[in-house]
Design a protein around this ligand. Structure first.
Ligand SMILES: O=c1ccn([C@@H]2O[C@H](COP(=O)(O)OP(=O)(O)O[C@H]3O[C@H](CO)[C@@H](O)[C@H](O)[C@H]3O)[C@@H](O)[C@H]2O)c(=O)[nH]1
Length: 484
């Protein structure tokens, strides 16, 4: 009898750093810890980032790049968009990649499963044509999905309440949300428009997929995972936190040989001086207007705490604010305007607090390296993530807005007060203790025998079983498609 074919999984990340990075962490787990054959699908401009992350050469044949539609000024990653108002147009344009994707599938043999980002809903149709199970990769947590399902089923945002009135979530009555926890147009009484259509398509395609791969771990949010598995399809497979997947030796060796970036040297100095540092970063997409940047700079200056602030904006106005701040705080602060290795920063011993927009990857990275969070949500599902961080799992505090609204302006005082509380106060101590406990739980979940480790093995075994029962999907039996 012929020995069984090893699994071959195709990963297709969405072109946004917050979506691509966790799927690449999954790639590391599958490749280097489970020895599974992988093919990565991406676009031409994103190929080097993917190759670099996996320690591969840029021309590695296991990366297939498809031409990206030219609709958005040649931009192929959301962090390069001039404005996030172009997001839906960008995300919808990916549909034009479908014929090229199917042509690539036609050339591949023995694909066990496709794991594609939930924003790439159209990949389900392609997977179905080729008889390959598709799993939707969901880089968010299950709390947001479960609360969102309750909000939708009970039409909680359609009532007369004002945008800041607390509304009880019936399925989880200890949770109270506001209309302001949802952004335009999701907060409307009758939401309509292209972004609603886009999200609805993504949800429907996920519901009709073989499974949902979740970057979370069971012990973090059992109630919400159980709820989703009871009330909704498909099955949720929690295999995270994926950021704990160790880099391959090639990447580690490369990092060891590189000169340390100046901010890492600065962190070493702070450690030597026994100074705790607060790390301030708002992910790869958040847009912060200049008045708000000015208040952040004042608040950090007045807090007297050492800080490392990663600023994405690169215009002249921002440069002036940053230069002035650097002059005023001197060695106490470090401002970085480049891409950093955030995990390296969070794992540095001097970093004791994290002012974060609560993108889900940042929250998980805070948990894994046991750094409590000062939650300052900006966009997308981050307001709900902030509720989870502060009210549900209690690993962080929240910045104070000047009008008490969750979307209100944050003045220097509101930031300063909460930075000091997180770094030096009693509430800060409580959340630090909690993040240490949960961080230990995250490590256990990912270690051999832990819940996420077992779930990933079960998923791979199950997919192998499906392939064996379906038989080989050799090119001759596959869909016959040509790009238009
Ligand atoms: O200079 C940088 C900036 C970011 N990162 C990494 O980039 C990722 C950013 O992800 P995240 O913290 O989730 O923020 P966003 O980029 O804003 O993520 C988008 O995607 C997330 C996952 O779906 C959502 O939770 C967010 O709301 C959405 O904005 C993290 O792994 C960071 O470590 C770096 O390594 N260096």
């Amino acid at each position: 009898m012929a020995s069984p074919q090893p699994p071959h999984i195709l990963l297709f990340p969405f072109m946004s750093k917050g979506h691509t990075i966790p799927l690449l962490h999954l790639a590391r787990l599958l490749l280097f810890h489970r020895r599974i054959k992988l093919t990565l699908i991406t676009t031409t401009a994103n190929r080097p980032f993917i190759a670099h992350f996996l320690g591969w050469t840029t021309d590695d044949p296991n990366i297939i790049d498809l031409p990206f539609p030219t609709q958005i000024q040649g931009i192929e990653s959301t962090d390069k968009l001039p404005s996030m108002s172009l997001f839906t147009q960008f995300a919808t344009a990916t549909k034009l990649m479908q014929p090229h994707f199917e042509q690539a599938l036609n050339k591949l043999s023995n694909v066990t499963a496709i794991v594609s980002d939930w924003f790439l809903s159209w990949t389900l149709e392609s997977a179905n044509k080729f008889g390959i199970p598709r799993l939707s990769f969901h880089g968010m947590n299950n709390y947001v999905d479960a609360v969102g399902h309750q909000v939708f089923m009970n039409q909680l945002l359609s009532g007369p309440e004002s945008d800041d009135d607390l509304i009880t979530v019936p399925g989880f009555p200890w949770i109270k949300i506001t209309r302001n926890d949802y952004e335009e147009p999701f907060n409307q009484r009758v939401p309509t428009g292209p972004s609603i259509d886009f999200i609805n398509e993504s949800i429907t395609a996920t519901a009709n997929s073989y499974g949902l791969v979740s970057n979370s771990f069971y012990e973090l949010e059992p109630l919400f995972i159980d709820y989703l598995n009871r009330e909704l399809k498909p099955k949720v497979w929690c295999v995270g936190p994926l950021c704990l997947a160790e880099p391959p030796p090639e990447v580690e060796a490369r990092v060891d040989h590189q000169q340390q970036p100046k901010w890492m040297e600065w962190l070493d100095q702070k450690l030597a001086q026994e100074c705790s540092v607060i790390y301030v970063a708002f992910g790869s997409q958040a847009e912060i207007w200049i008045q708000q940047l000015e208040e952040i700079s004042k608040g950090l200056e007045e807090s007297q705490v050492s800080f490392l602030w990663v600023v994405r904006k690169n215009d002249d106005e921002t440069s002036v604010v940053m230069k002035n701040l650097e002059e005023r705080v001197g060695e106490r602060g470090m401002i970085v305007r480049e891409w950093v290795d955030q995990i390296e920063i969070l794992r540095h011993e001097s970093v004791k607090g994290f002012v974060s927009h609560c993108g889900w990857n940042s929250v998980l990275e805070g948990i894994c390296w046991k750094v409590p969070i000062l939650a300052w949500p900006m966009m997308a599902e981050q307001h709900l993530n902030a509720r989870m961080v502060v009210e549900e799992i209690k690993i962080g505090l929240r910045v104070e807005t000047c009008d008490g609204s969750v979307r209100g302006f944050v003045k220097a005082d509101g930031l300063k007060k909460m930075v000091k509380e997180l770094m030096e106060g009693e509430k800060g101590k409580e959340v630090r203790k909690k993040v240490e406990d949960i961080g230990e739980g995250a490590k256990k979940a990912m270690a051999e025998g832990g819940s996420s480790w077992r779930t990933l093995n079960e998923l791979i075994d199950e997919l192998q079983g499906v392939r064996n029962s379906n038989g080989d999907t050799s090119p001759s039996t596959k869909g016959n498609t040509t790009p238009s």
